[in-house]
Design a protein around this ligand. Structure first.
Ligand SMILES: [Zn+2]
Length: 371
């Protein structure tokens, strides 16, 4: 029911207080109910009109009707109420919600900015690399992080006493001693086991990239972490040659680091490829000169050589195919190449970060630079 100004019979301070509070509350509710410009105008008129507005009525009914001894107190109350109501009426505005005005959303205020997440620089780099190979027709394969000795070492042609099987490099799961060596569990030291797992499932030809987490028994420092990320690639078909390997990786490096980079292969050794090579690209920081800036400062990322090692690669060793021969991988009929790169190291180089630990400490101040 709409508020009407009551006649006062009781002029005690408590009664005046109560009457003023009722009036103020009524004004507040009406202000909150203003939904459009017409509401706003009639609300203002109802309370403020000089002729018969509510304030005028209060003045007439409460002040003029007050007994002489209560006049002073009533005057103070009425003046205070007038000030508060004037403030309410002047502050009233069109509110589209049904909430009380004090709770209503003021759509003219600036919004609350909620920070949206961004890709972690390592994941971003990983997606970029995977994206380059997806465009070449490669699909993505994944496998378990906790792996057996068989898939991590044996089927990849690591001899039984290869140093990589030593606890110096590999984190073994405890309590596995009772099992035969090939069944013992460990944290995979590379993403290469997924090559075997995929070849067991799919017959040739295959073209896959394998992104994932790997672990090694390395104490953390600026360039080592016990957990890091790799991307591995594998292509198997008839008549795949080292020329295919070179052409594919040269294309991928240009797609990743810019069309002006040059690639360079140096002989290397990996148990599961033969021949094996390390791939170097011209330093994308100094452009291959080994010097930076106008003062010819030494380029640290390439150690002034002008070349940066980015990955290991090679032709799949026929011994590896022997493990999956029954699924169509007869080494006399198929050939293939494989490559693997450390994503974290490439992210370090790409973003000019000098400590790999920064990637894994979860410090938002560091990470938001890449958002
Ligand atoms: Zn350089």
């Amino acid at each position: 029911m709409a508020y009407t100004v009551p006649k006062l019979t009781d002029y005690s301070a408590a009664a005046l207080d109560r009457a003023a509070a009722d009036s103020h509350h009524a004004c507040q509710s009406e202000a909150a109910a203003v939904r459009n410009d017409a509401d706003l105008k009639s609300f203002r008129d109802r309370w403020m009109a000089r002729k018969n507005g509510i304030l005028t009525q209060i003045n007439d009914l409460w002040l003029k009707g007050a007994p002489p001894e209560a006049k002073r107190e009533a005057g103070i109350q009425v003046n205070r109420l007038k000030a508060r109501i004037t403030e309410l009426v002047e502050g009233a505005h069109v509110s589209p919600t049904g909430a009380l005005d004090s709770e209503a959303v003021d759509i003219s205020l600036p919004g609350i900015r909620r920070p949206i997440g961004a890709e972690h620089p390592v994941i971003k780099t990983m997606h970029e690399i995977v994206g380059v190979f997806e465009k070449l027709g490669y699909s993505v394969a994944e496998g378990p992080v906790v792996e057996t000795d068989y898939y991590n070492f044996e089927a990849l042609n690591f001899p039984p006493n290869h140093p990589a099987r030593d606890t110096q490099d590999t984190l073994f799961i405890a309590g596995q001693k009772a099992k035969p060596q090939r069944d013992r569990l460990l944290l995979r030291t590379h993403t290469s086991p997924v090559q075997i797992r995929t070849m067991e499932k799919l017959r040739p030809p295959i073209r896959i990239v394998i992104p994932g987490k790997v672990h090694r028994n390395d104490p953390p420092d600026a360039s080592h972490s016990p957990m890091f990320h790799q991307i591995e690639g594998l292509a198997v078909d008839t008549n795949i040659t080292f020329g295919d390997l070179k052409g594919t990786l040269d294309h991928a490096m240009k797609a990743l680091f810019g069309s002006s980079v040059k690639t360079h292969f140096r002989p290397s050794f990996f148990p599961f490829t033969e021949p094996s090579a390390e791939l170097y690209v011209t330093c994308f920081i100094c452009g291959g000169s080994g010097k930076r800036g106008t003062d010819n400062a030494p380029c640290r990322p390439c150690k002034q050589t002008g070349w940066i090692e980015v990955l290991g690669c090679g032709m799949v060793d026929p011994n590896v195919f022997e493990f999956v021969k029954d699924n169509g991988y007869d080494p006399k009929k198929v050939s293939g190449f494989a490559f693997g790169m450390g994503v974290d190291r490439l992210a370090l180089l790409k973003y000019g970060v000098d400590d790999i630990q920064l990637f894994f400490q979860g410090d938002v101040r560091f990470l938001e630079q890449f958002g």
